[in-house]
Design a protein around this ligand. Structure first.
Ligand SMILES: Nc1nc2c(ncn2[C@@H]2O[C@H](COP(=O)(O)OP(=O)(O)OP(=O)(O)O)[C@@H](O)[C@H]2O)c(=O)[nH]1
Length: 350
């Protein structure tokens, strides 16, 4: 299955929300234009629409001759407002929704557009916002390259580490994982399972022991074994930010004793199902750690995929990959065009 097909299938909830919303937006007005009713019975969606430049009979003629025309609606203020609402409902955030609709209207205001045309225009607009941030996780010549993985509990850190480790290993890299959330035995066990799946060693420490000391030991082992990558899982307890900040700072301090340039990447893993909350998680974690890139998980289980557009627009942090399922091969490189087309239901680019 192609990347796009999988992405489109998995992001069905998000694209259904946006795509069907767009159809409804245009459809209602399309019907009204084809069969005008008295003003009182015209629904609010179509009310401010001026008479279409092209006569509505064109559509009726088309229908008479068995040629179904796509419903169209005049792109006016009311429609733009409806569109904004739709984008906000898709978790794109108010600011981004406003910007996207304003850009989309430029040069097209007052023209009649179909749902498919809007989908295409939206996909282009969204891809334009996301292109500058779509970057794979950079690889450096440092050995080991240290990748610190942060994020709230349950965001998908463990799963993402497992998936990434598997991909790096398949690319011929030697990887070591450190189970740095030493306070949760279940988290450590889960990481061990992922390590086995990926064929990568997982270093653990006794429950409740100092994560920084594990990070130091893992760094020593990774250096001794000539590993290419060391991936360090971390705790995600946000209830006590001061503790978490101290814990992360200590991990960074000890690994810098071994390599002053480490960590080389600090990945923040975000759960798409949290919607707008992902934005505040970025703000929080940027204060706790020097976040260098994002991975968004669970885009398959939510209609809130639009939040990734808001993240790109607001923070400009690189987006390295997206999670679209629980299996080891369900982490995809982030492709802004594919994502935008899957999100809007625009279909694969021709
Ligand atoms: N559907 C779906 N589920 C995912 C994805 N990524 C992770 N999950 C699931 O989300 C749940 C939490 O993932 P974990 O990897 O354990 O999250 P974590 O951040 O390590 O959480 P803790 O271990 O609690 O710190 C698990 O049930 C995963 O299978 C994804 O892309 N799609």
């Amino acid at each position: 299955m192609s990347f796009f097909k999988k992405l489109k299938d998995r992001m069905l909830k998000s694209s259904a929300r946006l795509g069907e919303g767009l159809d409804a937006l245009v459809d209602e007005a399309g019907l009204d234009e084809a069969a005008p009713r008295p003003a009182a019975s015209v629904p609010p969606l179509a009310e401010p629409a001026p008479q279409p430049a092209a006569p509505a009979q064109g559509g009726m003629l088309g229908r008479l001759f068995g040629r179904e025309e796509e419903p169209r609606r005049v792109l006016d203020d009311a429609m733009l407002e409806n569109l904004e609402e739709l984008l906000i409902q898709a978790d794109m955030g108010v600011e981004t929704a406003l910007r996207v609709t304003a850009n989309l209207a430029e040069g097209r205001f007052g023209k009649r557009v179909s749902a498919q045309e809007i989908r295409e225009l939206l996909a282009d607009e969204i891809a334009r916002i996301m292109e500058p941030v779509a970057r794979p996780m950079p690889l450096y010549p440092s050995r080991p390259q240290v990748v610190l993985v942060v994020g709230v509990n349950g965001s998908g850190k463990t799963t993402t580490i497992g998936k990434l480790a598997s991909q790096f290993r398949a690319a011929g890299k030697k990887v070591v994982i450190a189970a740095g959330d030493t306070f949760r035995a279940a988290a450590v066990e889960q990481l061990q399972v992922w390590g086995e799946r990926a064929g990568v060693p997982v270093m653990t420490a006794p429950e409740g022991s100092d994560p920084a000391s594990l990070a130091f030991d893992a760094m020593t082992r990774a250096q001794e074994e000539g590993a290419d990558l060391l991936m360090i899982d971390t705790a995600g307890r946000l209830q006590n930010r001061a503790d978490l900040m101290e814990e992360l700072a200590k991990i960074v301090r000890v690994i810098r004793k071994k390599d002053p340039s480490a960590p080389h990447n600090t990945l923040l893993v975000l759960d798409a199902t949290t919607g707008q909350n992902a934005l505040s998680q970025v703000e929080t974690f940027r204060k706790l750690a020097d976040v260098s890139g994002l991975v968004m998980t669970k885009l398959d289980g939510t209609a809130r995929g639009g939040v990734l557009v808001a993240l790109a627009d607001r923070f400009g942090l690189p987006i390295h990959a997206i999670g679209v399922g629980e299996q080891i091969d369900d982490l995809q490189p982030f492709d802004p065009r594919d994502f935008a087309r899957a999100l809007t239901g625009a279909g694969e680019a021709g």
